[in-house]
Design a protein around this ligand. Structure first.
Ligand SMILES: *[C@@H]1O[C@H](CO)[C@@H](O)[C@H](O)[C@H]1NC(C)=O
Ligand SMILES: *[C@@H]1O[C@H](CO)[C@@H](O)[C@H](O)[C@H]1NC(C)=O
Ligand SMILES: *[C@@H]1O[C@H](CO)[C@@H](O)[C@H](O)[C@H]1NC(C)=O
Ligand SMILES: *[C@@H]1O[C@H](CO)[C@@H](O)[C@H](O)[C@H]1NC(C)=O
Ligand SMILES: *[C@@H]1O[C@H](CO)[C@@H](O)[C@H](O)[C@H]1NC(C)=O
Ligand SMILES: *[C@@H]1O[C@H](CO)[C@@H](O)[C@H](O)[C@H]1NC(C)=O
Ligand SMILES: *[C@@H]1O[C@H](CO)[C@@H](O)[C@H](O)[C@H]1NC(C)=O
Ligand SMILES: *[C@@H]1O[C@H](CO)[C@@H](O)[C@H](O)[C@H]1NC(C)=O
Ligand SMILES: *[C@@H]1O[C@H](CO)[C@@H](O)[C@H](O)[C@H]1NC(C)=O
Ligand SMILES: *[C@@H]1O[C@H](CO)[C@@H](O)[C@H](O)[C@H]1NC(C)=O
Length: 773
């Protein structure tokens, strides 16, 4: 139930759509992944030829073929019958045929919080030379947020569908859905009718707008992380009709088309706030491999960890070559008061946003779920007709409704424009999920507060009348620690090829983010009766965290245009701030992004494209598959010695070991000097909890000296211990976690990254399900 409620709120607040099947068409859309080399069907004409050989009599290649990829994927997408699919699967040139799955869309003082202030040192000219690809639901181009004084980069080829490119939006392409397969309810246009894409794009690169607020809340200057950078829009998410409901749909085969174009367009970074609803084995995750191809061209991808909440093994987008971003809280907290007539103590909650002014008077409260049949009946009658409301209510005023959670009741309450709603649900208050809000005055009570209210109402002297106050902002010291949000998906990965890579990589603000919004789109996804329109909206989710990491990466790139994707990612990671309290690295990676030191990371961990390939080979990845994923017939793992302990030159160090065994794990790392030419660093291990720490960790050498910039040094970290379950951590699979910090002797540079050794104590249900995929 907790999970169900959780999911319900995600859907409500975070555009987290339930899993959907496509329309009833005998043909379905498949991704056909080809093998590389050894056959003549490699090109787009080859794809047509192959299709021609397998199609049923009554279909034509022109009808069946959707797209032939060249940059992002080895193969094509096509609309196929079961019979055709089977024939294709049997072809020796074909590696795998899979359904195009739906990817889900998973918000400012958040930049100040990360210390990327308006006054921060900037390189505006270089910044305006950078283009971010936002693969999402399109854009609302009419906002001031999307204007700029600086021209587009010289080498950039403008291409804008439907809208006129300007100095901010330098590209706009759309990937419309096939009408035979989807009941698309929006016309083909890059204009955002959902809001998600606009919100995300403005977080990365929105121009400064003063006095932005959400009905007076969160007031301040709204802006993106790199307000001079340019935006290229790639629209892959569309509204479709599914079981009578309008939902957002973002199929994989469209994402692959968009990534293909982003690579050809030579964007500087991809911001991808989407992902599969749950993790799947890496060999089936075509979109993740497309990002490796982008990386080969120097393009980093910043993406989401997912919004599936507190359970481990839920992380998505876990490939080592992307930057996987978790959502954290920031320093902005909201409080809402429920005042009871003739009661001294009000009820205060921190999980609600109520922008409606209802504190002028008290309104009678009716219990929608009262066990007393007569009361309930009256309440229901009262709700159904305006006249009845008048009849049933003292002084002819409208009423508040008190109910426990039900979408139907909510819809009715909104439809009948009741004065407000007090919602009592089975959710915890420090949920850190993003604030709950309805398009009417409302307040959300957890179990305990709901019970308090019920008790008060039961008193004979109770007036049964309440006031819901408008939400106010409270000082940070009265709020929560900036920890990771409950909704953010947790690692580790079940996939054997990814289990030794710490994911998520890092955390960025993702709760209650105010950013741009299309003025013609409802502010809340619930109910059809929210008629309010505004240029800004407050949203929560890893979808909002990801563009923060994208923005900071571009900020860094504006100073170091030649840095590789892995260098940029390494700098963001090793200069982040340790997370304050509860949880562990599988919740937030290295910690929370912080711009303070990002321009001067000192040392970086470089990982080259070839390193990822070598890593996969050593781990026993199949050559043929790897060739196809990477799109190169030169790959050959057969000469590579199998080495399951093989590791990447990753900023973090993670190993899964068997439970209750003695283990020794040696990590080899190479660091590159980007700090002071003549510098020396000392390696230090931090024990997070000395009492529980029984492993022995040595760093060799303990001292690294560099003579010049670009120098590289190799070191090893040797962890020896026994993998006993560590109950100190909520997740009992965690065995040891600590930090290695390289500190410069004569400077303040610190290069900090975690060491995580873990085991799985119980054979995890989540992983068993995963492996059945
Ligand atoms: C309420 O949530 C808790 C966990 O958060 C769960 O154990 C319990 O079963 C839930 N109760 C109901 C009635 O859903
Ligand atoms: C679109 O919806 C209509 C009505 O619900 C249905 O009859 C039709 O089959 C659907 N089309 C597709 C392609 O699913
Ligand atoms: C194609 O023809 C087969 C019979 O030959 C039939 O079963 C199938 O429904 C047809 N498909 C389409 C899309 O018309
Ligand atoms: C948007 O542009 C595309 C491609 O040029 C075109 O097919 C489509 O009709 C346009 N949509 C609108 C609403 O003008
Ligand atoms: C919600 O309503 C149901 C049915 O009316 C009741 O059994 C349940 O206890 C209520 N839950 C809360 C939290 O009031
Ligand atoms: C409102 O109702 C209360 C009790 O029902 C009554 O005492 C009071 O006079 C009424 N006020 C007005 C303005 O009708
Ligand atoms: C960012 O880092 C600085 C110093 O490095 C620290 O004072 C500040 O609290 C950090 N901010 C956050 C939000 O972690
Ligand atoms: C924020 O960063 C600037 C440098 O950009 C630095 O001077 C300042 O001390 C930092 N503030 C905090 C709180 O870390
Ligand atoms: C490098 O720095 C050390 C310590 O500050 C100093 O003793 C040494 O002379 C420097 N070497 C060069 C080549 O500048
Ligand atoms: C790691 O440490 C263990 C125990 O001290 C030792 O036996 C082993 O040789 C070390 N390995 C390396 C590569 O340093």
């Amino acid at each position: 139930m907790a999970i169900a409620l959780h999911a319900f709120f995600l859907q409500l607040i975070l555009f987290f759509f339930a899993s959907l099947a496509e329309a009833n068409n005998p043909r379905k859309i498949y991704l056909v992944q080809m093998k590389v080399g050894g056959h003549r069907y490699g090109s787009s004409s080859g794809h047509k030829e192959l299709l021609g050989e397998v199609l049923d009599d009554n279909s034509t290649v022109a009808n069946a073929l959707i797209y032939s990829y060249s940059e992002s994927f080895t193969g094509f997408s096509a609309s196929l019958t079961q019979n055709e699919r089977q024939k294709l699967k049997r072809r020796r040139e074909v590696l795998q045929v899979s359904r195009s799955r739906n990817l889900k869309l998973h918000t400012t003082r958040s930049w100040d919080f990360m210390n990327l202030t308006l006054a921060a040192k900037r390189n505006p000219l270089a910044e305006s030379d950078l283009v971010v690809a936002v693969i999402d639901s399109g854009i609302w181009p009419y906002s001031e947020l999307f204007s700029s004084d600086s021209p587009p980069p010289l080498a950039w080829q403008n291409k804008c569908e439907n809208i006129t490119c300007n100095n901010k939006i330098v590209g706009a392409r759309s990937y419309y859905l096939e009408k035979e397969h989807y009941n698309v309810t929006e016309e083909k246009s890059v204009i955002d009718v959902t809001g998600h894409g606009t919100h995300v794009a403005s977080i990365v690169a929105g121009k400064e707008i003063e006095k932005a607020s959400y009905f007076g809340l969160a007031e301040g200057t709204m802006r993106g992380g790199v307000p001079n950078a340019k935006i290229a829009v790639y629209k892959t998410c569309w509204k479709i009709l599914k079981e009578g409901k309008e939902v957002s749909y973002c199929p994989e085969h469209k994402a692959l088309e968009a990534i293909e174009d982003a690579i050809k367009d030579k964007v500087d970074i991809i911001s991808y706030s989407q992902g599969l609803p749950k993790p799947i084995p890496i060999h089936k995750d075509c979109v993740s491999w497309a990002f490796l191809r982008a990386l080969e061209k120097g393009i980093l991808t910043s993406t989401v960890a997912g919004n599936s909440g507190m359970n481990p093994y839920a992380i998505i987008n876990g490939a080592p070559w992307v930057m996987t971003v978790a959502a954290s809280l920031k320093d902005r907290f909201f409080m809402t008061e429920l005042e009871l007539e003739e009661e001294d103590d009000s009820i205060f909650v921190y999980n609600t946003i109520n922008t409606f002014q209802t504190q002028d008077s008290f309104y009678p409260l009716l219990d929608e779920t009262s066990p007393d049949e007569s009361t309930r009946k009256r309440a229901l009658v009262a709700e159904s007709k305006d006249s009845a409301i008048t009849l049933n209510h003292r002084n002819g005023t409208t009423k508040d409704v008190f109910f426990n959670f039900s979408q139907t009741i909510l819809d009715k309450a909104i439809e009948e424009r009741v004065q407000g709603a007090v919602v009592w649900g089975n959710f915890s208050e420090n949920y850190a999920l993003g604030k709950l809000q309805f398009p009417i005055a409302s307040i959300f009570l957890d179990k305990e507060k709901g019970s308090d209210l019920r008790e008060d109402l039961a008193k004979p002297e109770s007036k049964h009348s309440v006031k819901i106050h408008k939400t106010v902002e409270i000082p940070p010291e009265e709020g929560l620690e900036p920890t990771v949000a409950d909704m953010s998906s947790r690692g580790p990965n079940c996939d054997r090829f990814l289990e030794n890579i710490l994911k998520p990589d890092l955390a960025a603000p993702g709760v209650d983010i105010i950013a741009g919004w299309p003025e013609n789109v409802n502010l809340l996804p619930t109910g059809t009766n929210d008629y309010r329109h505004l240029r800004f909206n407050i949203l929560s989710g890893t979808s909002m965290a990801c563009p923060h990491a994208t923005g900071l990466a571009l900020y860094l790139k504006s100073f170091y245009p030649s840095w590789s994707p892995s260098a940029i990612k390494s700098a963001l990671m090793t200069t982040s701030t340790e997370m304050a309290q509860s949880g562990n690295e599988f919740d937030y990676g290295v910690g929370r992004l912080n711009a303070t030191k990002v321009l001067d990371p000192g040392l970086i961990y470089e990982t080259r494209h070839q390193d990822y390939i070598d890593y996969m080979c050593k781990q026993g990845y199949n050559t043929q598959m790897l060739r196809s994923h990477v799109g190169s017939h030169e790959i050959d793992c057969s000469g590579t010695k199998l080495d399951l302990s093989a590791d990447l030159n990753y900023p973090t160090r993670t190993a899964r070991v068997d439970i209750n065994t003695k283990f020794t794990k040696v990590f080899y790392r190479t660091v590159t000097n980007v700090g002071a030419p003549n510098s020396t660093y000392l390696g230090e291990i931090k024990f997070q909890d000395e009492k529980n720490f029984e492993a022995e960790i040595t760093v060799e050498p303990k001292r690294l000296h560099f003579d010049k910039l670009g120098d590289t040094r190799i070191f090893t970290v040797n962890v020896t211990g026994e993998s006993k379950p560590n109950m100190y951590y909520k997740k009992s699979f965690m065995t040891y976690n600590t930090w290695l910090t390289w500190t410069e002797m004569d400077g303040s540079r610190q290069v900090r990254s975690p060491i995580v050794i873990y085991s799985i104590t119980k054979s995890s249900h989540a992983c068993r399900k995963f492996h059945k995929n």
